[in-house]
Design a protein. Structure first.
Lengths: 335, 335
């Protein structure tokens, strides 16, 4: 382990984690350790990573500090792409990382830009983790990634792109005019590969994104590219607040219910990026982020229009959140 | 109001606020409005400010938003040096500042560097205010100021400097070796006068300080300057945690009891700067602050040693917290 940087990654088989592994492998020159729940080390997804040169190492975040520290042996850069319900498991992880001498921890950001303080449930949980890291004096980089291309377009009336819908988003938030910073999910790992070896990003918040598009612009683009006419319905602030108000007391009674969390969080996202306009580079800079446009102006990416045209409408896109999709379609029908 | 910047200041007659007024008046070129509780506008302290060219304007932070907005008319830069028990009144103030078109809000920081997240009661209250400001997209500057010269030295056995003791600090925290960033209280306003007109500090955390001294160095310095021999007793982490553990349940029952808050907060400070070593420029930078040394390398100040020699020991120093001192001496005796 001396010549290459050793990157430990949690959540390597999730949507974001997969992009990160791909980006790190593509960049080369890194030793990658997938830190994996003991019960998952033999699963096909882990085996597939091993075949690609990734070390699979068990880690149990509910074990003792000594055990977690031992699991981090040799890890120089620790990247977390842990699931939304497991965010607080990063607290013992960060403490162990400090003891283990990890040089930099990238906790699970991987969100659009959202301020802390009551706007977004998941963001506020992450804030607890970020604050804990800072009390440790542990070097960090917090990376937020905008809104994925893969979940940023509405269905077509013909149903021909239903195969590619991630989180269905059939309505426009607010008046549809807020620019929203979009990133191709597949580029996230390519950005991470740059960030983890970039000293300029130590102890910084980094906002990576490809392009800005408002919901109205996206609907216009979809009509132009598909030749279909889209019905435009709008979610008002009150609509979205009502969904949150419906979910909140139910979550209080049933805090591990993932679909309730999705209900609240999806409405909070629509308020944040769609109405408040938080997920924009100027606001990110206001909050103290440095952006990928400043750090990596040479970064090449497929445009959102090309993605829609050559992949989604051409029938070649890969969907995301396959397991979730049916449940979310059902949830949207209820509202 | 066009040619000069209009600065509105809350808490203009407190220790920090007095320094800020003095600094702003000394700098010149600013219109200063002391935003004052309606019940205090006729008090001698307010009248004295009026005589120095400061507009005294009533503001009631418990009034309606419309009334608070009206009180902020014409204010371009809003500076808060509000008391420790009134921090959350800055929430409606910030909301009104956004509506009123205030160009920049400097909420009440004015602490040493302490991370948010359970280290320090007062810091965590301030975090709620900071988060609220950010959800408003309101331009801000958060200024922390280190530990004051005026409360950074121990008593002498002879009692000859008791007249000048602010918060008595007779013991050394931890092993006494953590450097602590010190600032002359009187310089805080001179730093503010630079910051409020400096575009580089918009949407930034700024850490101002003069010099670094560890408690051991300060005891050594006091012995050298006074010729007296100091007894060195140390507060361990456990001692300090016990004081906090004693205060916390009492505060829960009696949340407006100022002396209980002082008990908890003073122990939390000693842990933070004295044992953890938070109040240092490198840690400030890690948290995202820009420091006064970077911004204003030409800033002239009296050294801490000169302050001790020519003022404190020479019998010419002005104490701080006059009303509090006796109560705190009493509190320290209990532990």
């Amino acid at each position: 382990m001396g010549s290459t940087t050793v990157v430990g990654l949690l959540g390597a088989t999730g949507e974001t984690g997969t992009s990160i592994v791909n980006g790190l492998l593509e960049a080369g020159g890194l030793t990658i350790i997938a830190l994996t729940r003991p019960s998952s080390v033999s699963k096909p997804a882990a085996v597939a990573l091993k075949d690609r040169g990734v070390e699979i190492r068990p880690i149990d975040l509910k074990a003792s500090q000594d055990d977690i520290v031992a699991s981090l042996e040799g890890v120089e850069v620790l990247v977390s792409a842990i699931g939304p319900m497991e965010q607080l498991e990063q607290i013992p992880l960060a403490t162990a990382a400090k003891t283990a001498g990890v040089k930099r921890f990238l906790p699970c950001g991987a969100m659009p830009v959202v301020p802390a303080g009551g706007i977004h449930m998941l963001r506020d949980v992450k804030e607890i983790v970020y604050n804990h890291i800072k009390t440790l004096h542990l070097p960090y980089t917090i990376v937020d990634v905008g809104w994925w291309y893969q979940i940023a377009f509405p269905p077509l009336p013909s149903g021909k792109i239903d195969y590619a819908l991630g989180l269905p988003n059939p309505r426009l938030p607010g008046n549809g005019s807020q620019p929203n910073a979009l990133t191709d999910l597949r580029d996230i790992g390519r950005y991470f590969a740059k960030i983890v070896v970039d000293d300029r990003t130590i102890n910084k918040y980094v906002f990576v994104y490809n392009e800005l598009h408002s919901p109205t612009q996206i609907f216009d683009l979809m009509e132009k590219l598909s030749g279909e006419k889209l019905d435009r319905q709008y979610d008002t602030l009150e609509d979205l607040q009502a969904r949150i108000a419906d979910a909140r007391p139910k979550i209080a009674k049933d805090p591990t219910n993932f679909m309730l969390m999705v209900q609240q969080v999806s409405a909070e996202y629509l308020i944040s990026w769609g109405i408040r306009g938080d997920n924009q580079p100027e606001y990110a800079k206001y909050l103290g982020y440095v952006t990928s446009k400043e750090l990596y102006p040479e970064f090449k990416f497929k445009s959102f229009e090309a993605y829609l045209r050559d992949e989604v409408i051409a029938g070649k896109a890969k969907g995301v959140y396959d397991e979730l999709r049916a449940k979310i379609v059902e949830m949207h029908k209820k509202h």
